[in-house]
Design a protein around this ligand. Structure first.
Ligand SMILES: C[S@@+](CC[C@H](N)C(=O)[O-])C[C@H]1O[C@@H](n2cnc3c(N)ncnc32)[C@H](O)[C@@H]1O
Length: 489
């Protein structure tokens, strides 16, 4: 048997019937959705379910139905594509839109200019409707078009009806639900004023002819769609989406979606809690950093195994004991009862508070925990980030050094140290810290790097590259402006 024949035979063995394999191939060709071995059993179960729904007993009938491209294919697509979505999923991007983009555009745009937002792969509409609610909450005054598209006709129909289960609303506070939905038994009907803001249509992202209504967009959301595709389809779609942006437009993907910088030329902008992509005229991807505080992304474990790096100074012996006062009034620890438990619990508590933005409380827990567990690198890292948030860059530098003295493999401690050193004016040393972080990320390899908290290795790589690209533009000795939020705001 030739190797090609062996390969085909082995693929066929993975599917229980060759018809199922051929149907899967057709669907991948049409939609980009791939069926790696671990998804084949569930795909077959869906195919069998559709067969029984349509009264078919033989997979050959299903294959013939699919080849005719009509209702049979539609039924399969609805069930084989994953339509999970909910309101205000991955809120960092909407927050960035509301807090940064809208105020800027509102000031700069001449009257009459329309905002154009496209939710590509919108499932049953939760994503574009979230944008519509966000625009209302942000009191956006210009006209806007919000377009929701999906390959699944059935989902688009549900989107137009705009009735949702409680599950789709699970992250909304009750006052938002009460304001924008009318409850009818167990379902929630979106109010007409939000429904009328969104236009829906079916659209296959692999369709090569661009539709006029998808062009020149200010914001494109294509989240949790590319995750199901193979590389060639991802590249094709990503390039088309970037082409569909207006000159000042932003593309946002989901946190688990593939990382575009390695796949096509684009500008990668690291933002608080998310990454944005923009068109670039450069042939290679470029990086930029926008006000991306680390507290939002303190991970829950060391990201990579230890490697040999430049020796760091033994700061622990020479520095005064650490006190963390996140904002002006220093917390009186004698008044605070903090249940610390084991180091791991104290670290988890401090991290949780910091990531929720409760920085004063995080500082209190961290300071108390450090008194009890001074040899915990993660606590020093959290301290470094909290000091940085408060603009205390000297203390942040010291705390990051302590963290690295205890554990050189903490990538984020190198990042925190580099950030602090840069703010303290030493661009060369800061660059070295970021290069150490980059070396650790490369040495771990992106495939076997575990996810930590909600920060992926790809996002961490973006953060490091963005810092390096910013430092490479700086004179060698110059303090960087603080891009951090003031604590307590
Ligand atoms: C997991 S949902 C994501 C929904 C929403 N964007 C979110 O993040 O909550 C993925 C959606 O992508 C759609 N989809 C899959 N392949 C597509 C394609 N080739 N063109 C357009 N939409 C597609 C599916 O029908 C599904 O509704």
């Amino acid at each position: 048997m030739t190797s090609a024949v062996k390969e085909i035979a082995s693929i066929e063995r993975d599917w229980t019937q060759p018809e199922f394999m051929r149907i899967a191939n057709t669907i991948e060709e049409l939609t980009g959705i791939s069926f790696p071995p671990n998804r084949r059993a569930s795909a077959e179960a869906v195919m069998r379910k559709v067969m029984s729904k349509l009264g078919m007993t033989n997979p050959v009938s299903l294959e013939i139905g699919v080849s005719r491209r009509g209702a049979v294919l539609e039924a399969l697509l609805d069930d084989l594509t994953i339509g999970e979505s909910y309101f205000f999923r991955e809120p960092a991007q909407l927050r960035f839109m509301a807090e940064e983009l809208l105020p800027k555009w509102s000031m700069e745009w001449e009257a009459g200019r329309k905002l154009k937002v496209w939710s590509a792969g919108c499932a049953a509409g939760q994503e574009p409707y979230s944008v519509a609610i966000m625009l209302r909450d942000a009191a956006w005054r210009h006209e806007c078009t919000i377009l929701g598209t999906d390959i699944s006709e059935a989902r688009i129909e549900v989107a137009r009806k705009a009735t949702f289960s409680k599950w789709s609303l699970r992250t909304l506070p009750p006052e938002t639900t009460d304001r924008w939905f009318d409850r009818k038994g167990s379902v929630f009907q979106l109010v007409p004023e939000i429904r009328s803001e969104v236009e829906f249509t079916t659209l296959n992202l692999l369709d090569p002819s661009p539709r006029p209504e998808t062009q020149n967009q200010d914001v494109i959301l294509c989240r949790n769609v590319l995750i199901y595709f193979e590389l060639p389809a991802i590249i094709t779609i990503a390039e088309r989406l970037l082409q569909s942006l207006g000159p000042d437009g932003w593309l946002f993907l989901g946190a688990s979606d593939p990382h575009l910088a390695e796949l096509t030329a684009c500008e990668v902008v690291v933002l608080p809690g998310c990454t944005g992509y923009r068109r670039t005229s450069a042939k290679q991807s470029t990086y930029a950093l926008r006000n991306a505080p680390l507290t939002l992304i303190i991970p829950d474990e060391s990201l990579v195994p230890p490697t040999e790096l430049d020796d760091l100074p033994d700061s622990r012996k020479t520095l005064p004991p650490l006190a963390i006062a996140p904002s002006a009034p220093t917390p009186d620890l004698s008044q605070v009862t903090i249940e610390l438990g084991a180091p791991v619990q104290a670290i988890a508590r401090a991290r949780e508070l910091a990531n929720e933005g409760r920085l004063v409380e995080a500082g209190e827990v961290c300071a108390a925990a450090l008194e009890k567990f001074p040899d915990q690198a993660q606590l020093h890292l959290i301290a470094a980030v909290l000091h940085g948030e408060a603009g205390r860059w000297r203390e942040s530098e010291r705390a990051a050094k302590r963290a690295l003295y205890l554990d050189r493999s903490l990538v984020l401690a190198h990042v925190a140290l580099g950030d602090a050193i840069a703010r303290n004016g030493n661009v060369v040393a800061a660059r070295r810290s970021f290069e150490n972080a980059a070396a650790l990320l490369v040495s771990a390899g992106s495939d076997d790097m575990p996810q930590a908290g909600d920060i992926s290795a790809a996002r961490l790589t973006d953060i490091v590259r963005a810092h390096l690209s910013m430092l490479n533009k700086q004179p060698e000795s110059m303090a960087l402006p603080s891009s951090r939020r003031a604590v307590g705001q």
